[in-house]
Design a protein around this ligand. Structure first.
Ligand code: R5P
Length: 298
């Protein structure tokens, strides 16, 4: 056990923090949470942090703003208690609003970056952050680790028929290609567009040239939120005569009964990670996080 190293289990990421502390052989310190009747959060760190290198693990999945504020409170308090803080934010909310897509929109990620930069954390680690632009909002050293190799390894051992990897949109093509390369198969990307005002997802079938007939498809995305992207992609792929459809992602937010909708669309299995604890958290991202911590904590 490294006496100087400790892992703080934020209320949103208790299991992941435990897994991180097991791999690092570091003390696990609990963070107590009280939610007041008006919705405000109060956190309390139950341990001695003076002179320690404290790894704080707290994801910001829904309720997004509560988890976000809790993470900032924990980082600030740990710093005041004398720790050198490494903030692990496995799922970083607001990273999708990294631009002014429609005139007048706030670039939410700019403020999120400022909040973390001034919170007292020395380093930040995220897992499969939505974009490089989002990552660039941090002025403290920020590292994004990929869980794509871990997800790909999960599928490596599955018996699939002539599998092909698909990204539901063109923006995710590099991710799909990385995933496919690990398994040793090919990747395609679907021409998805989203109406910025209504949120409606469309896939232009006429622009899709790949032959998926009789082939099992693994849809790979960074986030599954409402499931609309996966449902649309599955509908298109099934019309083209594909075999089974699997869906995998780093962050399975699964809001608004997304899992039911995805299953009803005909998806055989959904595979997510423990950045967002859920029924589909089948892959532990702790090894990827710990590799990065080991480099920083040297
Ligand atoms: C979009 O750019 C992201 O990579 C995901 O495809 C998107 O956030 C998924 O959202 P939903 O499940 O609501 O379609």
């Amino acid at each position: 056990m490294n006496e100087k190293l400790c892992v703080l289990a934020g209320p949103a990421s208790k299991d992941l923090a435990k897994s991180v502390s097991n791999i690092l052989g570091a003390e696990l310190i609990d963070v107590e949470l009280k939610i007041f009747p008006d919705g405000e959060s109060k956190v309390r760190i139950d341990g001695d942090l003076d002179g320690k290198f404290a790894v704080i693990v707290q994801s910001t999945y829904p309720p997004v703003d509560a988890h976000l504020m809790q993470s900032l409170f924990i980082i600030g308090k740990a710093r005041k208690m004398g720790a050198s803080v490494c903030a692990v934010i496995p799922y970083l909310a607001y990273a999708r609003q990294d631009k002014e897509f429609v005139q007048g929109e706030a670039v939410s990620m700019e403020l999120i970056g400022s909040l973390f930069n001034s919170s007292g954390g020395k380093n930040i680690i995220t897992v499969d952050i939505h974009s490089e632009i989002a990552l660039s909002q941090f002025t403290v050293p920020a590292y994004n680790v990929s869980c794509i190799p871990l997800l790909a390894n999960y599928f490596k051992s599955q018996k699939l028929t002539k599998p092909v990897v698909a990204s539901p949109d063109l923006g995710g093509s590099a991710r799909a290609e990385e995933f496919a390369k690990i398994i040793g198969i090919s990747a395609i990307s679907l021409p998805k567009s989203r109406n910025r005002n209504t949120g409606e997802v469309r896939i232009e079938e006429s622009k899709l040239s790949a032959d998926v007939k009789g082939r099992d498809v693994i849809l790979v995305d960074d986030i599954i939120s409402t499931g609309a992207s996966i449902v649309k992609a599955t509908e298109v792929l099934r019309r083209l005569g594909c075999g089974k459809v699997y869906a995998t992602c780093a962050h399975a937010l699964l809001v608004n009964n997304a899992l039911d909708k995805i299953r009803s669309a005909g998806v055989t299995e959904v595979v997510g990670t423990n950045t967002v604890p859920s029924a589909v958290s089948k892959v532990d991202v702790a090894p990827a996080i710990c590799d990065q911590i080991s480099k920083i904590a040297k």
